[in-house]
Design a protein. Structure first.
Length: 214
């Protein structure tokens, strides 16, 4: 695989906003929108227009003066900036209810994100076939990660097992982890972790609802 250029010193908040821009642009492209300026794009993404222009400026100049941005072109540019145009293979650790739901989530594959290995420590689950994948023992991660070309780990185990799952993934050579568990995990500095927690958004929502009434 050709190595993409490296962008350094990009704020984390910018990367998160780029992901939002990409999601909005993909929806617009499906709706047949061909051109958009920074103002309406900013409104949909709940930021200001200058922020959109500043975020994009880290990677280049993509707008046309007096016209705006060509939606499909900007979508492809942002995909490249986020390396979302590359194909990523993932291992899922924990095939409980959450894990099974993710295995059956079609948006992963359609966005170049493919779960190619399912792992669990429950002997009653090991050997089971789920959505075309055999469930392997977590002890086989060391062997299966390089064999299947896996680069990303997804943790969907109970909180008390999250650290063990993370350690097993790191020992197998994984450099990036999506953690759906409620537990915080400890990993070496060279390993990146993103926490996906439903209640973070719920708490933000309830706070905003109550604050607005006061």
């Amino acid at each position: 695989m050709n190595q993409p250029p490296k962008y350094e010193h990009i704020p984390r908040a910018t990367i998160q906003r780029l992901a939002t821009y990409l999601q909005v642009l993909e929806a617009m492209d499906k709706d047949g929108v061909q051109v958009i300026s920074s103002e309406p794009l900013a409104r949909v993404c709940d930021v200001n227009a200058s922020q959109v222009r500043k975020d994009l400026a880290y990677f280049g100049e993509f707008g046309v003066r007096g016209v705006g941005y060509y939606v499909s072109y900007l979508r492809d540019i942002i995909k490249g900036c986020l390396y979302a145009d590359l194909k990523w293979k993932a291992a899922l650790v924990g095939v409980g209810n959450m894990g099974r739901a993710l295995l059956n989530y079609p948006e992963f594959r359609s966005n170049n994100f493919n779960i190619v290995g399912a792992f669990d420590c429950d002997p009653f689950k090991i050997g089971e076939r789920l959505y075309g994948l055999e469930v392997y023992c977590t002890k086989s991660l060391m062997e299966k990660v390089p064999e299947l070309g896996i680069e990303i780990g997804i943790i969907t185990v109970p909180p008390e097992r999250a650290q063990r799952a993370a350690t097993q993934l790191v020992d197998a050579g994984i450099k990036g982890i999506l953690n759906y568990s409620a537990a915080r995990i400890s990993v070496p500095d060279h390993v990146f972790v993103e926490y996906i927690n439903f209640f973070h958004q719920v708490y933000s929502l309830t706070f905003n609802i109550v604050s607005q009434k006061r």
